[in-house]
Ligand binder design. Structure first.
Ligand code: NDP
Length: 252
């Protein structure tokens, strides 16, 4: 049920953090992963790491906010591997400022990277999935898909939007046998949250206190959900938003 040998996945932002954790899980299950991110040196290292797990992997330098680059990346995937079964829309960024300090350029940067990118990649991937008779799309939300945060208005808007975009695509594409789900990670130790810990005093302790599992997540905690949502095990699961958060979101 979880054997994904022969499948092909694109993981945006798969060269580090949560994307790499998910890519590792997919590669261990036999998936050939294409990493779509900007930093070519980081992507090259990630490809080496994934290939050491077994299947082929590729990097395609991509800025996911650029429509033409996204189309080129999907074409390069199809040219290299002949199919595209799984799309993980993971690339993301944050600018931590209260709403009255966020400029329009900053707002657009966060929305473009976190939300419009998911539209662009899903839109570009859909024809191949439809032609193949099915596919899996996994969108990465956040605890801020559920909760507000005064220091991250654009991020919260983008991550709320991801959940609604997920539901819309799930509904539109169910008859094409394409399942679309969102994953809402809790606080996972990555470059993004290391920066947050520096910028927000007390964050580290607050996360530990509120998380029932009493720890930060690791990127490898994200592997299992990626495999589940990419596999036939989730064929009747669509439009959901699944927290992977050590219980953070159920704590009163
Ligand atoms: P990282 O900063 O470690 O990784 C972000 C990734 O996104 C990098 O691989 C980066 O690659 C890529 N990326 C950023 N902008 C672009 C772009 N314009 N085009 C292509 N790739 C881009 O962060 P995380 O791993 O923590 O975050 C991954 C996702 O998980 C994000 O969507 C984030 O919002 C979400 N998330 C993270 C949580 C956490 O606790 N860490 C909690 C909830 C959600 P490159 O720079 O090479 O382009």
């Amino acid at each position: 049920m979880f054997d994904l040998k022969g499948k092909v996945a694109v993981v945006t932002g798969g060269n580090g953090g949560i994307g790499l954790g998910m890519a590792r899980g997919l590669a261990r299950a036999g998936v050939r992963v294409v990493i779509a991110a900007r930093d070519e040196a980081k992507s090259k290292d990630a490809v080496k790491e994934l290939e050491a797990l077994g299947p082929d992997a590729r990097a395609v330098a991509t800025d996911v906010t650029d429509e033409a680059a996204v189309r080129r990346m999907v074409k390069a995937t199809l040219d290299a591997f002949g199919r595209l079964d799984v799309l993980v829309n993971n690339a993301g960024t944050n600018i931590r400022k209260p709403p009255h300090e966020v400029s329009l350029a900053e707002w657009r940067q966060v929305l473009d990277t976190n939300l419009t990118s998911a539209y662009l990649c899903s839109h570009a991937a859909y024809p191949a999935m439809k032609t193949a008779g099915g596919g899996k799309i996994v969108n990465i939300g956040s605890m801020m898909s559920i909760f507000g945060a005064g220091f991250a208005p654009a991020y919260a808007a983008s991550k709320g939007g991801i959940v609604q975009f997920t539901r819309a695509c799930a509904s539109a594409w169910a008859r094409d046998n394409i399942q679309v789900n969102a994953v809402l990670p809790g606080w996972i130790d990555t470059a993004l949250t290391r920066r947050a810990r520096q910028e927000i005093p007390g964050l580290h302790e607050r996360v530990l206190e509120r998380t029932p599992a009493a720890r930060w997540g690791t990127i490898d905690d994200m592997a299992g959900i990626a495999v589940f949502l990419a596999s036939p095990a989730s064929d009747f699961v669509t439009g959901t938003a699944i927290p992977v958060d050590g219980g953070y979101s159920i704590q009163g």
